[in-house]
Design a protein around this ligand. Structure first.
Ligand SMILES: [Ca+2]
Ligand SMILES: [Ca+2]
Length: 149
């Protein structure tokens, strides 16, 4: 199981219970059979929220499966997740806005060298990347990664 924890400020009401329910990328539709869930956190310091999200994901479970912050290892997986993103269409372009979701990638161990935090790819460098132009740039000491639908 995978979990995506979304960082959002004052946007809780925008997620319906249906949209926030775990959903599966089934093998029958070309996926990996993993489950995903978007989870809303409150506003706060981005790095602190990332560590909170990591702990929350690690302590979560669904149908007997343990959770972790999601890894995105292919363009197909990113497309799938974007298609389920409940905040699609609500872009305002601000960090911690509803437009972004946190994933389990970090360079906190070695600056500029991004690796997956947990899950099957935990500790491995990112083989698939789709950085926005200009990223990663460590602006303000960034050590965690958000995906933008
Ligand atoms: Ca950046
Ligand atoms: Ca960094």
């Amino acid at each position: 199981m995978k979990r995506i924890l979304l960082t959002a400020a004052a946007s809780l009401a925008m997620i319906s219970s249906a949209a926030a329910a775990p959903f599966q990328w089934s093998a029958g539709s070309g996926g990996n059979d993993h489950w995903y869930e978007f989870v809303v956190l409150g506003s706060g310091d981005p790095s602190l929220m990332a560590t909170q999200a990591e702990a929350l994901a690690g302590s979560s479970s669904f149908m007997g499966l343990g959770g972790y912050l999601a890894t995105i290892t292919s363009a197909a997986e990113q497309t799938f997740l974007n298609s389920h993103w409940p905040g699609a269409g609500s872009v305002t372009g601000q960090f911690l806005d509803y437009s972004f979701f946190l994933i389990g990638a970090t360079d906190r161990n070695t600056e500029g060298s991004f690796e997956w935090l947990d899950g099957p790819e935990g500790g491995n460098p990112l083989a698939y990347t789709n950085w926005k132009p200009g990223e990663p740039n460590n602006e303000g000491g960034e050590d965690y990664v958000v995906a933008w639908w």
